[in-house]
Design a binder for this molecule. Structure first.
Ligand SMILES: [Zn+2]
Length: 237
């Protein structure tokens, strides 16, 4: 009953979202059947937000080795070129790489987006906290993030979002819009670092699965709205 209600709410915002468990079964199956990838020899990297609420979604992929954690606040691949290089060097011989990436956003049964009830908490809170904080600062008007060592990731995330600020604030649903913008930033950076580090890979195939994680509550699985699935031959980049 609750599951069906949640399904309706999530699909109202993200019509193509499927639950995280089905996501892993669907895409691991595609890798094996359509791309002839031996998933038992694939190393996974993630570029997801540090938030503890995202950990269960990655566990559905636990037949893979890893994960190598590239992401930080908001899901940006803060580990950079050095992280991508290290990941490339860790792939099993004759294996392949799999990168799961994207931002996350909470949903509630009342229909809020950008909020969620966390385990054992009575009051709803922000999800993604980092993106919703950036949004509240943008909504405050005339805001410019200042890079500082003590809050490097948040400031860098906000700086990356600045070019999208107008689009986000003009949107009917700014919580969704800032999450979509974060997806675009993460997707671009993952592709960039992959290209920059292509010579570090001793295997050919790198599978990318990018999208938006939708966090639910009441012990239900999260949902995933896939935006990009591709198997890249790194040598051809
Ligand atoms: Zn987050």
């Amino acid at each position: 009953m609750l599951q069906r209600k949640f399904d309706q709410i999530v699909k109202g915002y993200f019509p193509n979202a499927i639950d995280a468990k089905d996501t892993s079964i669907h895409y691991l199956g595609k890798m094996q059947l359509e791309h002839h990838i031996d998933v038992s020899k694939a190393l996974m990297a993630t570029s997801l937000c540090s938030d503890d609420i995202n950990v269960p979604s990655t566990m559905f992929f636990n037949v893979l080795f890893g994960p190598f954690i590239m992401g930080g606040l908001g899901g940006l691949p803060f580990a950079g070129q050095t992280g991508m290089t290290a990941f490339a060097h860790h792939i099993p011989d004759d294996g392949s790489a799999f990168i799961f990436y994207g931002p996350h956003i909470g949903a509630t049964l009342e229909g809020d987006l950008g909020k969620m009830y966390r385990p054992r908490q009575d009051h709803k809170g922000n999800s993604c906290g980092a993106l919703m904080l950036a949004l509240s600062r943008f909504q405050g008007g005339d805001y410019k993030p200042v890079l500082k060592e003590e809050d490097y990731q948040q400031m860098k995330l906000e700086e990356s979002l600045l070019p999208y600020q107008e689009r986000i604030l003009a949107s009917d649903n700014p919580e969704k819009a800032i999450t979509e913008a974060a997806y675009e930033i993460i997707d671009k950076k993952v592709h960039e670092y992959l290209k920059d580090c292509k010579d570090e890979f001793h295997v050919d195939k790198v599978t990318l699965l990018g999208g938006i994680i939708i966090n639910t509550d009441y012990g239900l699985d999260d949902y995933f709205d896939a935006r990009n699935f591709e198997v890249i031959d790194v040598k051809s980049l």
